[in-house]
Design a protein around this ligand. Structure first.
Ligand SMILES: C[S@@+](CC[C@H](N)C(=O)[O-])C[C@H]1O[C@@H](n2cnc3c(N)ncnc32)[C@H](O)[C@@H]1O
Length: 442
């Protein structure tokens, strides 16, 4: 879900919120966990949750620039054990540059938060650095800045975007740095859902790529949405809403969603064709709980299993599937605006491991597909090495696999599939390749 924008809490709560946010951001800076994992670990009073999320997501969104500006005022690089103090400096910079908090209040509360970290030197440092930052331009476009700082993306990522998408990369960078809209999928006719939202005083507009997507003018807690509790509305990016449509489903068919958590696409498949028999698999048992929650809320008929897609012998009953969705784990380079911590956590060295996993999943799952069956491979990556390259290698090794062309008025045709590029105000970036299993092969 998108983080709702957080209002500034009362003074004591504001200090506690900043301490919590610093612990969360420090975990991400240390590469220990993702933002949602760290937020769950350092959970606290619900009242300041929106504010803490805003501090953490915003700081991650602007992390490269903030880090650069902060380090200009440090005599030495932050030590591993002091990442909580460094996180407070970044959070302080974020408040000064991007939040609607008066400068003096931001500095005062962040210095107070530093005091409670029980490092006697920290409050003086935070005070001195934030006062300097409050007199600097923390967001103006300065061509002298290094690219990664100016564009808030790692250099390896920029290099690939420039090489793969020479005409589109500036827009892709802008999309990655944007604040994402909250996007819904309507199970019912979209006009009915839009009318129900309007009646509840919620401003919204329809998406252009699908007939089910709805964009909210402002993010809201899901509990405030008419139709969320019943499963009529789900939170799902518009690009992600294309997957179930592309795969298709018929009554009675056995469908495997091999990498299913948290279950957005499996639920869409089940709602699109309630007569299909869907198995939602995910290797992570904790994430399977998220699928079950979604399935229960929407009262969908989906079987959920924890299991490794690369080891079907541990979970498959031997009956072939008619269709399969392989929404593979990937770099998440197409959804940076929704997962801004990816810019800090993902490294170029991760790519070979990911592409091996993607290829291994296809390799292990393909024999489970019946002749004439279809497999949709999809990622939220914009990198050819995780997309066309994986599919091209798979096709070269499997004479019984054929590409079905995806004819559409969205995205770009690629060698083996279709790429939707990320936007700042509408859909995320996704890649899709549709394969059919042909008897006997080429
Ligand atoms: C991109 S996410 C899937 C999102 C999901 N399809 C949706 O629409 O809500 C990729 C998922 O793959 C799972 N995964 C990673 N390796 C796996 C494996 N070897 N077998 C099955 N699932 C795996 C991860 O736990 C993660 O939940």
């Amino acid at each position: 879900m998108n983080p709702p924008e957080g209002g500034q809490p009362a003074e004591a709560a504001g200090v506690a919120a900043r301490v919590r946010a610093a612990r969360v951001v420090a975990d991400v800076l240390a590469g220990r966990s993702t933002l949602p994992e760290a937020l769950a670990r350092h959970g606290g009073a619900e009242a300041d949750d929106g504010f803490v999320r805003e501090l953490c997501f915003g700081t991650a969104r602007h992390a490269f620039r903030l880090d650069h500006e902060v380090r200009r005022h440090l005599r030495q690089a932050p030590r591993e054990r002091d990442l909580d103090v460094h996180a407070l400096l970044l959070l302080g910079g974020y408040q000064l540059a991007h939040m609607d908090v008066p400068d003096h209040a931001a500095v005062h509360a962040t210095v107070a938060a530093a005091r409670s970290l029980k490092k006697p030197w920290a409050s003086g440092l935070v005070n001195a650095v934030l006062r300097k930052l409050s007199r600097s331009d923390l967001r103006g476009d300065d061509p002298e800045l290094p690219d990664d700082v100016r564009l808030n993306h790692p250099q390896w990522w920029l290099d690939r975007l420039r090489a793969h998408w020479p005409d589109a990369w500036p827009d892709m960078v802008a999309a990655g740095n944007a604040r994402p809209p909250m996007t819904l999928r309507s199970r019912r006719k979209r006009a009915l859902a839009l009318a129900a939202l309007a009646e509840a005083g919620i401003e919204a507009h329809p998406g252009r790529v699908t007939d089910s997507a709805i964009y909210l003018a402002r993010p809201l807690p899901v509990g405030a949405l008419p139709g969320f509790a019943s499963g009529d509305l789900s939170v799902q990016d518009e690009g992600a809403q294309l997957a179930a449509r592309l795969l298709g489903a018929l009554p009675g068919e056995r469908i495997l969603d091999a990498c299913a958590a948290p279950g957005g696409k499996a639920l869409h498949l089940a709602q699109m064709e309630p007569g299909a028999r869907i198995l939602a698999l995910d290797v992570d048992p904790k994430r399977c709980t998220r699928i079950r929650e979604n399935v229960t809320r929407a009262q969908a008929a989906i079987e959920v299993k924890a299991g490794d897609g690369r080891r079907p012998e541990s979970w498959w009953d031997g009956v072939p599937f008619d269709r399969m969705l392989v929404d593979a784990p990937c770099s998440a380079t197409g959804i940076l605006r929704r997962q801004p911590d990816v810019r800090l956590l993902r490294h170029a060295e991760d790519l070979p491991t990911l592409t091996r996993l993607q290829g291994d999943l296809l390799e292990s799952l393909w024999p489970l597909l019946r002749n004439g069956g279809r497999l949709l491979y999809c990622t939220c990556s914009v990198l050819a090495e995780e997309n066309d390259d994986v599919i091209a290698a798979f096709l070269a090794a499997h004479g019984d696999a054929a590409v079905i062309e995806i004819a559409a008025d969205w995205g770009r045709t690629t060698r083996c599939g279709r790429q939707l590029l990320p936007t700042a105000d509408a859909h995320d970036g996704f890649y899709f390749a549709l394969l059919e299993r042909r008897r006997g092969g080429r």
